[in-house]
Design a protein around this ligand. Structure first.
Ligand code: PLP
Length: 446
Protein backbone atom coordinates (compact mmCIF):
# COMPACT_ATOMS: atom_id res chain seq x y z
CA UNK A 1 0.00 0.00 0.00
CA UNK A 2 1.32 3.45 -0.95
CA UNK A 3 2.21 6.00 1.74
CA UNK A 4 1.59 9.36 0.03
CA UNK A 5 1.98 11.56 3.12
CA UNK A 6 5.22 9.94 4.24
CA UNK A 7 6.58 10.03 0.68
CA UNK A 8 5.86 13.76 0.56
CA UNK A 9 7.45 14.36 3.99
CA UNK A 10 10.57 12.42 3.06
CA UNK A 11 10.86 14.27 -0.24
CA UNK A 12 10.40 17.64 1.45
CA UNK A 13 12.97 16.87 4.16
CA UNK A 14 15.49 15.71 1.54
CA UNK A 15 15.21 18.88 -0.58
CA UNK A 16 17.07 21.19 1.81
CA UNK A 17 14.41 23.89 1.45
CA UNK A 18 14.84 27.17 3.36
CA UNK A 19 11.76 27.01 5.54
CA UNK A 20 10.17 30.43 5.80
CA UNK A 21 7.03 28.88 7.21
CA UNK A 22 5.82 27.39 10.48
CA UNK A 23 6.95 25.70 12.70
CA UNK A 24 9.66 27.87 14.23
CA UNK A 25 12.17 25.05 14.63
CA UNK A 26 12.57 25.08 10.79
CA UNK A 27 13.14 21.36 10.77
CA UNK A 28 16.15 21.63 13.10
CA UNK A 29 14.73 20.61 16.48
CA UNK A 30 16.49 18.50 19.06
CA UNK A 31 14.29 15.62 17.98
CA UNK A 32 15.16 13.91 14.70
CA UNK A 33 11.49 13.94 13.80
CA UNK A 34 11.56 17.76 13.48
CA UNK A 35 12.65 17.34 9.83
CA UNK A 36 9.22 15.92 9.06
CA UNK A 37 7.27 18.25 11.31
CA UNK A 38 5.89 20.69 8.78
CA UNK A 39 2.76 22.73 8.29
CA UNK A 40 0.33 22.73 5.36
CA UNK A 41 2.90 23.91 2.79
CA UNK A 42 2.32 23.61 -0.96
CA UNK A 43 1.88 19.96 -1.87
CA UNK A 44 1.24 18.84 1.72
CA UNK A 45 -2.56 19.10 1.29
CA UNK A 46 -5.00 20.50 3.89
CA UNK A 47 -6.48 18.04 6.35
CA UNK A 48 -10.15 18.99 6.19
CA UNK A 49 -10.08 20.31 2.60
CA UNK A 50 -8.09 17.34 1.39
CA UNK A 51 -7.58 16.72 -2.32
CA UNK A 52 -3.93 15.64 -2.45
CA UNK A 53 -1.66 13.39 -0.40
CA UNK A 54 -3.93 13.40 2.67
CA UNK A 55 -6.99 12.57 0.56
CA UNK A 56 -5.07 9.68 -1.03
CA UNK A 57 -3.98 8.39 2.35
CA UNK A 58 -7.48 8.66 3.83
CA UNK A 59 -8.77 6.77 0.76
CA UNK A 60 -6.39 3.95 1.73
CA UNK A 61 -7.75 3.97 5.29
CA UNK A 62 -11.31 4.02 3.94
CA UNK A 63 -10.57 0.92 1.87
CA UNK A 64 -8.90 -0.84 4.81
CA UNK A 65 -11.85 -0.21 7.14
CA UNK A 66 -14.49 -0.85 4.45
CA UNK A 67 -16.38 2.37 5.24
CA UNK A 68 -18.02 5.08 3.15
CA UNK A 69 -15.41 7.44 4.55
CA UNK A 70 -12.64 7.25 7.10
CA UNK A 71 -11.22 10.63 8.07
CA UNK A 72 -8.11 11.33 10.11
CA UNK A 73 -7.93 13.14 13.42
CA UNK A 74 -4.60 14.26 14.84
CA UNK A 75 -6.36 15.13 18.10
CA UNK A 76 -7.48 11.70 19.14
CA UNK A 77 -10.90 10.16 19.42
CA UNK A 78 -11.65 13.20 21.54
CA UNK A 79 -12.04 15.17 18.30
CA UNK A 80 -13.78 12.38 16.36
CA UNK A 81 -16.37 11.93 19.14
CA UNK A 82 -17.25 15.63 19.08
CA UNK A 83 -17.53 15.53 15.27
CA UNK A 84 -19.91 12.55 15.39
CA UNK A 85 -22.12 14.50 17.79
CA UNK A 86 -22.02 17.63 15.62
CA UNK A 87 -23.18 15.57 12.63
CA UNK A 88 -26.21 14.09 14.41
CA UNK A 89 -27.05 17.32 16.26
CA UNK A 90 -27.85 18.87 12.89
CA UNK A 91 -30.61 16.24 12.42
CA UNK A 92 -32.86 17.80 15.04
CA UNK A 93 -36.33 18.96 13.90
CA UNK A 94 -36.80 22.74 13.92
CA UNK A 95 -37.54 24.09 17.37
CA UNK A 96 -36.54 20.89 19.21
CA UNK A 97 -33.39 20.34 21.25
CA UNK A 98 -30.90 17.72 20.06
CA UNK A 99 -30.57 14.75 22.39
CA UNK A 100 -28.51 11.57 22.66
CA UNK A 101 -29.36 8.36 24.49
CA UNK A 102 -26.00 7.37 25.93
CA UNK A 103 -24.54 4.55 27.97
CA UNK A 104 -23.36 6.05 31.25
CA UNK A 105 -19.69 5.05 30.96
CA UNK A 106 -18.94 7.82 28.47
CA UNK A 107 -15.53 9.49 28.29
CA UNK A 108 -15.53 13.18 29.15
CA UNK A 109 -14.98 14.06 25.46
CA UNK A 110 -18.60 13.02 24.92
CA UNK A 111 -19.85 15.21 27.75
CA UNK A 112 -17.83 18.21 26.56
CA UNK A 113 -18.98 17.70 22.97
CA UNK A 114 -22.62 17.53 24.03
CA UNK A 115 -22.16 20.65 26.18
CA UNK A 116 -20.50 22.65 23.40
CA UNK A 117 -23.24 21.64 20.97
CA UNK A 118 -25.93 22.23 23.63
CA UNK A 119 -27.26 18.69 23.32
CA UNK A 120 -29.25 16.98 26.03
CA UNK A 121 -28.23 13.55 27.23
CA UNK A 122 -30.51 10.79 28.45
CA UNK A 123 -28.30 8.34 30.28
CA UNK A 124 -28.73 4.60 29.95
CA UNK A 125 -27.85 3.38 33.43
CA UNK A 126 -26.63 -0.21 33.89
CA UNK A 127 -28.61 -2.56 36.11
CA UNK A 128 -25.40 -3.49 37.86
CA UNK A 129 -21.76 -2.68 37.28
CA UNK A 130 -18.44 -3.35 38.93
CA UNK A 131 -16.91 -0.06 37.83
CA UNK A 132 -17.68 3.41 36.49
CA UNK A 133 -16.01 2.48 33.22
CA UNK A 134 -18.31 -0.47 32.60
CA UNK A 135 -21.94 -0.12 31.57
CA UNK A 136 -23.27 -3.56 30.71
CA UNK A 137 -26.46 -3.06 28.68
CA UNK A 138 -28.52 -5.71 26.97
CA UNK A 139 -30.10 -5.30 23.56
CA UNK A 140 -33.48 -5.56 25.30
CA UNK A 141 -32.62 -2.66 27.64
CA UNK A 142 -31.68 -0.40 24.74
CA UNK A 143 -34.83 -1.44 22.88
CA UNK A 144 -36.97 -0.69 25.96
CA UNK A 145 -35.37 2.73 26.31
CA UNK A 146 -36.05 3.57 22.65
CA UNK A 147 -39.61 2.24 22.86
CA UNK A 148 -40.25 4.54 25.85
CA UNK A 149 -39.21 7.67 23.94
CA UNK A 150 -42.01 10.04 22.89
CA UNK A 151 -39.65 11.78 20.49
CA UNK A 152 -36.72 9.71 19.29
CA UNK A 153 -33.21 10.98 20.14
CA UNK A 154 -30.77 12.02 17.42
CA UNK A 155 -28.51 9.06 18.27
CA UNK A 156 -27.73 6.18 20.57
CA UNK A 157 -24.16 6.36 21.91
CA UNK A 158 -22.12 3.43 23.19
CA UNK A 159 -18.59 3.03 24.48
CA UNK A 160 -17.29 -0.32 23.32
CA UNK A 161 -14.79 -1.72 24.14
CA UNK A 162 -14.75 0.04 27.49
CA UNK A 163 -11.59 0.94 29.37
CA UNK A 164 -11.63 -2.33 31.29
CA UNK A 165 -12.08 -4.55 28.24
CA UNK A 166 -15.81 -5.25 28.06
CA UNK A 167 -17.21 -5.49 24.54
CA UNK A 168 -20.89 -4.61 24.01
CA UNK A 169 -23.33 -6.49 21.77
CA UNK A 170 -22.91 -3.87 19.07
CA UNK A 171 -24.57 -6.03 16.39
CA UNK A 172 -27.70 -6.53 18.49
CA UNK A 173 -27.92 -2.89 19.55
CA UNK A 174 -27.25 -1.69 15.99
CA UNK A 175 -30.13 -3.84 14.70
CA UNK A 176 -32.48 -2.25 17.23
CA UNK A 177 -31.27 1.25 16.34
CA UNK A 178 -31.85 0.53 12.65
CA UNK A 179 -35.40 -0.61 13.41
CA UNK A 180 -36.06 2.73 15.09
CA UNK A 181 -34.17 4.70 12.43
CA UNK A 182 -31.77 6.13 15.03
CA UNK A 183 -28.04 6.35 14.21
CA UNK A 184 -25.73 4.34 16.46
CA UNK A 185 -22.50 6.14 17.38
CA UNK A 186 -19.74 4.10 18.98
CA UNK A 187 -16.77 5.33 20.97
CA UNK A 188 -14.46 2.59 19.71
CA UNK A 189 -11.35 4.40 20.96
CA UNK A 190 -10.00 1.10 22.29
CA UNK A 191 -11.04 -1.09 19.38
CA UNK A 192 -9.50 0.05 16.06
CA UNK A 193 -7.80 -3.37 15.78
CA UNK A 194 -11.11 -5.25 15.97
CA UNK A 195 -11.47 -4.76 12.21
CA UNK A 196 -8.48 -7.04 11.62
CA UNK A 197 -9.69 -10.02 13.64
CA UNK A 198 -11.09 -12.85 11.60
CA UNK A 199 -14.05 -12.38 11.45
CA UNK A 200 -14.03 -8.64 12.10
CA UNK A 201 -15.51 -7.51 15.42
CA UNK A 202 -15.23 -3.82 14.54
CA UNK A 203 -18.41 -1.80 15.29
CA UNK A 204 -18.54 -0.56 11.68
CA UNK A 205 -18.87 -4.17 10.53
CA UNK A 206 -21.56 -4.80 13.13
CA UNK A 207 -23.91 -2.05 12.04
CA UNK A 208 -22.72 1.18 13.72
CA UNK A 209 -23.48 4.38 11.81
CA UNK A 210 -20.32 6.20 12.92
CA UNK A 211 -17.35 5.33 15.06
CA UNK A 212 -14.41 7.09 16.68
CA UNK A 213 -11.26 4.93 16.86
CA UNK A 214 -7.96 5.91 18.45
CA UNK A 215 -5.34 4.55 16.07
CA UNK A 216 -2.75 5.31 18.74
CA UNK A 217 -4.27 3.20 21.50
CA UNK A 218 -4.02 -0.22 19.86
CA UNK A 219 -2.46 0.27 16.41
CA UNK A 220 1.00 1.50 15.47
CA UNK A 221 0.24 5.21 14.95
CA UNK A 222 1.57 8.01 17.16
CA UNK A 223 -0.30 9.45 20.11
CA UNK A 224 -3.14 11.66 18.89
CA UNK A 225 -3.83 9.62 15.75
CA UNK A 226 -7.47 8.64 15.36
CA UNK A 227 -10.19 7.91 12.81
CA UNK A 228 -13.74 9.06 12.26
CA UNK A 229 -15.51 6.28 10.36
CA UNK A 230 -18.81 6.69 8.54
CA UNK A 231 -20.78 3.63 7.42
CA UNK A 232 -21.72 2.88 3.84
CA UNK A 233 -25.41 2.86 4.77
CA UNK A 234 -25.22 6.16 6.71
CA UNK A 235 -26.94 9.22 5.25
CA UNK A 236 -24.74 10.83 2.59
CA UNK A 237 -24.89 14.13 4.46
CA UNK A 238 -22.66 12.66 7.18
CA UNK A 239 -19.89 12.01 4.67
CA UNK A 240 -20.39 15.42 3.09
CA UNK A 241 -20.50 17.18 6.46
CA UNK A 242 -17.69 15.31 8.22
CA UNK A 243 -14.77 17.64 7.34
CA UNK A 244 -16.74 20.67 8.57
CA UNK A 245 -17.83 18.81 11.73
CA UNK A 246 -14.21 17.91 12.50
CA UNK A 247 -13.05 21.46 11.70
CA UNK A 248 -15.53 22.82 14.22
CA UNK A 249 -13.38 21.50 17.08
CA UNK A 250 -9.99 20.84 15.47
CA UNK A 251 -6.78 22.83 15.50
CA UNK A 252 -5.88 24.42 12.17
CA UNK A 253 -2.35 23.07 12.68
CA UNK A 254 -2.62 19.30 12.40
CA UNK A 255 0.56 17.40 13.24
CA UNK A 256 2.19 15.97 10.12
CA UNK A 257 4.09 13.54 12.33
CA UNK A 258 0.75 12.13 13.45
CA UNK A 259 -0.62 12.21 9.89
CA UNK A 260 2.51 10.45 8.66
CA UNK A 261 2.08 7.79 11.32
CA UNK A 262 -1.53 7.20 10.21
CA UNK A 263 -0.27 6.91 6.64
CA UNK A 264 2.36 4.34 7.62
CA UNK A 265 -0.17 2.52 9.76
CA UNK A 266 -2.20 1.83 6.58
CA UNK A 267 0.75 -0.04 5.15
CA UNK A 268 1.25 -1.98 8.38
CA UNK A 269 -2.43 -2.93 8.46
CA UNK A 270 -2.35 -4.01 4.81
CA UNK A 271 0.73 -6.21 5.16
CA UNK A 272 0.38 -9.12 7.54
CA UNK A 273 -1.13 -7.26 10.48
CA UNK A 274 -4.14 -9.62 10.68
CA UNK A 275 -1.81 -12.64 11.02
CA UNK A 276 0.35 -10.91 13.66
CA UNK A 277 -2.79 -9.90 15.54
CA UNK A 278 -4.19 -13.44 15.48
CA UNK A 279 -0.88 -14.74 16.90
CA UNK A 280 -0.88 -12.17 19.69
CA UNK A 281 -4.52 -12.89 20.55
CA UNK A 282 -3.75 -16.60 20.79
CA UNK A 283 -0.74 -15.89 23.01
CA UNK A 284 -2.88 -13.73 25.33
CA UNK A 285 -5.51 -16.45 25.52
CA UNK A 286 -2.83 -18.88 26.70
CA UNK A 287 -1.71 -16.43 29.38
CA UNK A 288 -5.31 -15.86 30.39
CA UNK A 289 -5.79 -19.61 30.80
CA UNK A 290 -2.63 -20.01 32.89
CA UNK A 291 -3.58 -17.08 35.14
CA UNK A 292 -7.07 -18.51 35.66
CA UNK A 293 -5.56 -21.92 36.48
CA UNK A 294 -3.46 -20.11 39.07
CA UNK A 295 -6.63 -18.80 40.72
CA UNK A 296 -6.40 -15.22 39.44
CA UNK A 297 -9.69 -13.54 38.56
CA UNK A 298 -9.81 -11.97 35.10
CA UNK A 299 -12.32 -9.47 33.82
CA UNK A 300 -13.64 -8.45 30.38
CA UNK A 301 -13.49 -10.18 27.03
CA UNK A 302 -11.60 -7.79 24.78
CA UNK A 303 -8.90 -9.78 23.00
CA UNK A 304 -5.98 -7.34 23.45
CA UNK A 305 -6.66 -6.42 27.08
CA UNK A 306 -5.65 -8.36 30.13
CA UNK A 307 -7.67 -7.02 33.04
CA UNK A 308 -7.28 -8.43 36.50
CA UNK A 309 -10.11 -8.16 38.96
CA UNK A 310 -7.66 -7.22 41.69
CA UNK A 311 -10.31 -7.07 44.41
CA UNK A 312 -11.44 -10.61 43.60
CA UNK A 313 -7.79 -11.69 43.83
CA UNK A 314 -7.58 -10.10 47.30
CA UNK A 315 -5.44 -7.11 46.29
CA UNK A 316 -5.84 -3.54 45.16
CA UNK A 317 -5.05 -2.87 41.52
CA UNK A 318 -2.49 -0.31 42.70
CA UNK A 319 -0.64 -2.96 44.76
CA UNK A 320 -0.53 -5.30 41.76
CA UNK A 321 0.73 -2.46 39.58
CA UNK A 322 3.56 -1.83 42.06
CA UNK A 323 4.47 -5.53 41.96
CA UNK A 324 4.72 -5.30 38.18
CA UNK A 325 6.73 -2.07 38.29
CA UNK A 326 9.30 -3.78 40.54
CA UNK A 327 9.79 -6.24 37.68
CA UNK A 328 10.16 -3.53 35.03
CA UNK A 329 6.60 -3.58 33.72
CA UNK A 330 4.38 -0.50 33.42
CA UNK A 331 0.63 -1.21 33.20
CA UNK A 332 -1.98 0.93 31.47
CA UNK A 333 -4.18 1.55 34.50
CA UNK A 334 -4.70 0.54 38.09
CA UNK A 335 -7.16 1.62 40.74
CA UNK A 336 -8.52 0.10 43.92
CA UNK A 337 -10.31 -2.75 42.18
CA UNK A 338 -8.75 -3.39 38.76
CA UNK A 339 -5.47 -3.64 36.90
CA UNK A 340 -5.50 -3.12 33.12
CA UNK A 341 -2.74 -4.23 30.76
CA UNK A 342 -2.90 -3.30 27.09
CA UNK A 343 -1.09 -5.59 24.68
CA UNK A 344 -0.44 -5.32 20.94
CA UNK A 345 1.48 -7.25 18.30
CA UNK A 346 4.32 -4.77 18.91
CA UNK A 347 4.95 -6.31 22.33
CA UNK A 348 7.76 -8.84 22.07
CA UNK A 349 7.49 -12.49 23.08
CA UNK A 350 10.05 -11.68 25.81
CA UNK A 351 7.80 -8.94 27.21
CA UNK A 352 4.79 -11.24 27.18
CA UNK A 353 6.81 -13.93 29.01
CA UNK A 354 7.97 -11.37 31.58
CA UNK A 355 4.39 -10.24 32.16
CA UNK A 356 3.06 -13.76 32.47
CA UNK A 357 5.78 -14.74 34.97
CA UNK A 358 5.18 -11.61 37.00
CA UNK A 359 1.43 -12.23 37.17
CA UNK A 360 1.91 -15.91 37.97
CA UNK A 361 3.98 -14.86 40.99
CA UNK A 362 0.85 -13.24 42.49
CA UNK A 363 -0.68 -15.54 45.10
CA UNK A 364 -4.48 -15.15 45.23
CA UNK A 365 -5.86 -14.05 48.61
CA UNK A 366 -9.36 -13.90 50.08
CA UNK A 367 -11.42 -11.54 47.89
CA UNK A 368 -11.87 -7.88 48.91
CA UNK A 369 -15.36 -6.43 48.69
CA UNK A 370 -15.77 -3.87 45.89
CA UNK A 371 -17.82 -0.74 46.43
CA UNK A 372 -20.01 -0.72 43.34
CA UNK A 373 -20.95 2.61 41.75
CA UNK A 374 -24.49 3.79 42.53
CA UNK A 375 -27.10 2.73 40.03
CA UNK A 376 -29.69 5.43 40.59
CA UNK A 377 -29.94 8.22 38.10
CA UNK A 378 -28.67 11.45 39.71
CA UNK A 379 -31.07 14.41 39.65
CA UNK A 380 -30.38 16.91 36.88
CA UNK A 381 -30.42 20.61 37.79
CA UNK A 382 -29.43 22.10 34.42
CA UNK A 383 -28.04 21.16 31.00
CA UNK A 384 -24.38 20.12 30.64
CA UNK A 385 -23.76 23.34 28.71
CA UNK A 386 -25.20 25.55 31.44
CA UNK A 387 -23.22 23.65 34.08
CA UNK A 388 -19.93 23.88 32.20
CA UNK A 389 -20.20 27.54 31.24
CA UNK A 390 -21.72 29.04 34.42
CA UNK A 391 -19.62 30.60 37.22
CA UNK A 392 -18.23 27.82 39.40
CA UNK A 393 -16.14 27.31 42.51
CA UNK A 394 -14.10 24.47 43.95
CA UNK A 395 -15.14 23.08 47.33
CA UNK A 396 -14.44 20.05 49.51
CA UNK A 397 -16.41 16.95 48.55
CA UNK A 398 -17.50 16.69 52.18
CA UNK A 399 -19.37 20.02 51.82
CA UNK A 400 -20.80 19.32 48.38
CA UNK A 401 -24.02 17.48 49.23
CA UNK A 402 -26.90 18.96 47.22
CA UNK A 403 -24.63 21.17 45.06
CA UNK A 404 -24.62 21.01 41.25
CA UNK A 405 -21.53 19.65 39.52
CA UNK A 406 -19.80 22.03 37.07
CA UNK A 407 -16.75 20.52 35.30
CA UNK A 408 -16.41 16.84 36.17
CA UNK A 409 -13.51 15.91 38.40
CA UNK A 410 -12.00 12.88 36.76
CA UNK A 411 -8.62 11.32 36.66
CA UNK A 412 -7.24 10.64 33.18
CA UNK A 413 -7.09 7.76 32.55
CA UNK A 414 -9.83 6.66 32.53
CA UNK A 415 -11.55 10.09 32.22
CA UNK A 416 -15.01 8.63 32.75
CA UNK A 417 -16.79 11.11 35.01
CA UNK A 418 -18.13 9.97 38.38
CA UNK A 419 -20.93 12.49 38.07
CA UNK A 420 -21.85 14.50 34.97
CA UNK A 421 -22.02 18.28 34.67
CA UNK A 422 -25.42 19.62 35.74
CA UNK A 423 -26.15 16.72 38.10
CA UNK A 424 -26.83 17.18 41.79
CA UNK A 425 -24.24 15.69 44.14
CA UNK A 426 -26.01 13.11 46.29
CA UNK A 427 -24.67 10.91 49.08
CA UNK A 428 -23.88 8.05 46.68
CA UNK A 429 -21.82 10.33 44.43
CA UNK A 430 -20.08 11.80 47.47
CA UNK A 431 -19.11 8.30 48.60
CA UNK A 432 -17.79 7.48 45.15
CA UNK A 433 -15.70 10.67 44.96
CA UNK A 434 -14.18 9.66 48.27
CA UNK A 435 -13.55 6.10 47.08
CA UNK A 436 -11.63 7.36 44.05
CA UNK A 437 -9.63 9.81 46.16
CA UNK A 438 -11.36 12.94 44.81
CA UNK A 439 -11.37 15.45 47.66
CA UNK A 440 -12.36 18.66 45.84
CA UNK A 441 -15.11 19.20 43.25
CA UNK A 442 -16.13 22.08 41.00
CA UNK A 443 -19.70 23.13 41.66
CA UNK A 444 -21.93 25.92 40.41
CA UNK A 445 -21.81 29.08 42.49
CA UNK A 446 -24.99 29.52 44.53
C1 PLP B 1 -13.16 5.15 26.18
C2 PLP B 1 -12.37 6.31 25.67
N1 PLP B 1 -12.94 7.12 24.78
C3 PLP B 1 -12.28 8.19 24.26
C4 PLP B 1 -11.00 8.47 24.65
C5 PLP B 1 -10.29 9.65 24.04
O1 PLP B 1 -9.40 9.18 23.10
P1 PLP B 1 -8.12 10.01 22.63
O2 PLP B 1 -7.11 9.91 23.72
O3 PLP B 1 -7.69 9.30 21.38
O4 PLP B 1 -8.55 11.39 22.38
C6 PLP B 1 -10.36 7.65 25.60
C7 PLP B 1 -9.01 7.95 26.04
O5 PLP B 1 -8.44 7.34 26.90
C8 PLP B 1 -11.06 6.54 26.12
O6 PLP B 1 -10.51 5.72 27.02
Amino acid sequence: MKTPIVDFLKGYAARDIARFHMPGHKGRGALDAARFDITEVQGADVLYHADGVIADSMANATALFGTAATLYSTEGSTLAIKAMLALVAADVPKGARPRVLAARNAHKAFLYGAALLDMDITWLMPRGTAHLCACPLTVREVEKALAAEQMLPQAVYLTSPDYLGNVADVAGIAAVCKRYGVPLLVDNAHGAYLRFLSPSRHPMDLGATMCADSAHKTLSALTGAAYLHIAKDAPLKYVAGAPAALSLFASTSPSYLVLGSLDLCNRTLATGYGEALAKTVLRIEKTRKRLAENGLALYGDEPLKLTLDAAACGYTGEALADTLREKGIEPEFADKDFLVLMISPANTEGELDLLERALLSVVPQAPRVKEAPPLSRPALACTPREALLAPAEEIDVALALGRVLAAPTVACPPAVPILMSGEVIDAAAQALFQKYGVTRVRVLKE
